[in-house]
Design a protein around this ligand. Structure first.
Ligand code: ARG
Length: 568
């Protein structure tokens, strides 16, 4: 596809003969009146030893635009503002969508590179709450987007299945299993068992001792404990699988923290040999105070392993197994300081430098319900499956009122309800907390998933009015000369860069914003222009634009994990 940034960069380069890759300096001006692209001449001032103003006028004078890709160039302050050839833009964009269809905007920038996306990572025998939901949705979107960009992506569900609390779980199960029907709502019952045994442990030191012992046995591979433990894992995963199925989530690898238990000693040895382990009150620690990162405990005074060393052993295993270029940890912001420690210690783990550099914590804020409930430890837990079901039910009710005859109503309500939740989880800058309010997220006219779906369905229904969707070859592009069409096409052109930018910043809200802009631009186009007109050529061109917009809306939504309904 035509790349105007590159064209402009190459032209500038021919004049200044400096370095390749001036593209990185090219910006999009804050408003279209200033130009389509801008080049800040400040960026060359040092190398050329001239003032930005002089550089700008020299480039403008010497630049060759006889190929017609650029219409005109303006100078504003130290900026060169470029106005691209709109007819060429329209032709190239619409042709590309015709050729690429649902691969439009994909690229090969990730070819030969491996990315691990660790996400979801719920805890065994514990509820899957809305925090895990947000986590899962962020991970899924990033997973899809990296794949689309040609990366080899490994999605890992890093289950929390380790720690003393699981010694308690085993004891509670052993004692009271018969009192519970674990066929229905097993997680609730396991939670109940956990609360009971926990209380007992507080009352009776001996019981606590047994629980500790259970965990030790589990670590040592005692058959009874391990079997029981696997059973609880199976029960839990079966429950979580329903949520994953509903969201379309698949993992390439599902491993619990326990999988790495036999790899811990090796990791400790490496760190020991590097001389960075210190003893402190019987525990083994790494002192990162001089880097402003505090102290990281590696082994407790009783010799048992903790979270950090399990993460380090996991990291070592991943680097050895996958030799990754990036490893993204989608984990709540509470663990930001912790991951800074882990990434610092990673430098001593004997793993390739590119792996160390590729470590990234994808931090995200908390979800708060407008009713006050939330997903913190103290707050009331909101369960993901209940929330998703509520979304589907609410949408079903809306459809029942507005369009009771709708075909495949259940299926469409599911896509819309889930789409609303997914979009809402991804559209707030990830690091920020998000408020979850039903009226806002289900508003078909708001900045929501249902709005994107609604506009998509509109593009479809426009096309249903004719018996054949025109192909690119059949249309006369000069017919699309109204400013609303041009606006839609300009946004369509931006798709490729948007997807790349999501991967560079690991920020899904860039794509949700884009889809809202595209949907609004199409809605404008639709409101201002008749699609079916007397002029057959004009009709064809407008139909084609509707078709092209529909493709990109659907594609963008799919990358986020949102399916499009057929009717709304
Ligand atoms: N299971 C943990 C939790 O629910 C999150 C695990 C995060 N991943 C990691 N590699 N530490 O809080």
């Amino acid at each position: 596809m035509i790349d105007f940034k590159k064209i402009i960069a190459d032209k500038i380069n021919k004049v200044v003969e400096l370095e390749e890759g001036l593209e990185k300096y090219i910006e999009t001006p804050p408003n279209k009146e200033l130009g389509d692209f801008a080049f800040p001449c400040f960026s060359l001032a040092k190398a050329l030893r001239k003032s930005p103003m002089i550089i700008a006028s020299e480039i403008k004078e010497k630049i060759d635009i006889s190929d017609n890709s650029i219409e005109k160039i303006d100078i504003q302050g130290g900026y060169l503002n470029f106005f691209i050839n709109k007819e060429l833009l329209k032709k190239e964009v619409l042709k590309e969508i015709d050729e690429q269809k649902e691969n439009y905007g994909s690229s090969n920038i990730g070819n030969g590179k491996k990315v691990i996306v660790e996400y979801s990572s719920p805890n065994i025998a514990k509820p899957f709450h809305i925090g895990h939901l947000r986590n899962t949705l962020i991970g899924l979107a990033l997973y899809n987007i990296y794949k689309f960009l040609g990366y080899e992506v490994i999605g890992i569900n890093h289950l929390g299945d380790y720690g003393t609390q699981f010694g308690k779980m085993i004891e509670g199960y052993k004692r009271w299993e018969k009192e519970y029907d674990l066929e229905n709502n097993p997680i609730d019952k396991l939670t109940d068992i956990y609360v009971r045994i926990n209380n007992l442990c507080k009352e009776d030191e001996k019981v606590l001792e047994i629980c500790r012992d259970n965990f030790r046995k589990l670590e040592e591979g005692d058959k009874y404990c391990v079997d029981l433990w696997n059973k609880l894992k199976d029960i839990t995963l079966k429950e979580f699988q329903r949520i994953y199925d509903l969201l379309g989530v698949k993992f390439d690898s599902v491993k619990g923290e326990s999988f790495y238990s036999d790899k811990i000693d090796a990791a400790v040895n490496i760190l020991e040999n590097k001389g960075i382990l210190k003893e402190s009150e019987g525990a083994e620690i790494i002192d990162l105070e001089d880097k402003g990162l505090g102290v990281c405990i590696i082994k407790k005074s009783d010799g048992s392993s903790i979270y950090a060393i399990r993460d380090l052993a996991t990291l070592k295993y991943r680097a050895d197994t996958y030799d990754f270029d990036k490893c993204l940890y989608v984990v709540a912001y509470e663990q930001a300081a912790y991951f800074k420690q882990i990434f610092e210690i990673a430098k001593y783990l004997d793993i390739p430098e590119k792996c160390v550099e590729g470590l990234k914590h994808i931090s995200y804020g908390m979800t708060r319900l407008s009713t006050g409930k939330m997903s913190t430890r103290e707050g009331t837990i909101v369960k993901a499956d209940e929330l998703l079901q509520e979304a589907i039910d609410k949408v079903d009710k809306i459809i029942e009122e507005k369009n009771p005859e709708m075909e495949n109503r259940k299926e469409e309500a599911t896509k819309i309800g889930i789409g609303a939740v997914v979009f809402n989880n991804l559209c707030t800058t990830l690091i920020k907390d998000q408020v979850f309010d039903w009226n806002t997220i289900l508003n078909f006219n708001g900045e929501t998933g249902p709005y994107i779906q609604y506009i998509y369905v509109r593009t479809k229904s426009v096309l249903e009015k004719v018996n054949k969707i025109p192909t690119f070859k059949e249309i006369d592009i000069t017919k699309l000369n109204d400013k609303e069409s041009l606006n839609v096409i300009e946004i369509l052109y931006g798709f490729r860069d948007i997807v790349i930018s999501v991967s560079e910043k690991n920020e899904t809200s860039i794509l949700t914003r884009y889809l809202l802009d595209l949907a609004k631009a199409y809605s404008n186009f639709y409101n201002e222009n008749k699609i079916i007109t007397e002029d057959e050529e004009l009709t064809k061109a407008r139909l084609y634009l509707s078709y092209a917009t529909g493709i990109v809306l659907k594609l963008g939504a799919r990358l986020l994990g949102i399916e499009m309904p057929n009717k709304m």
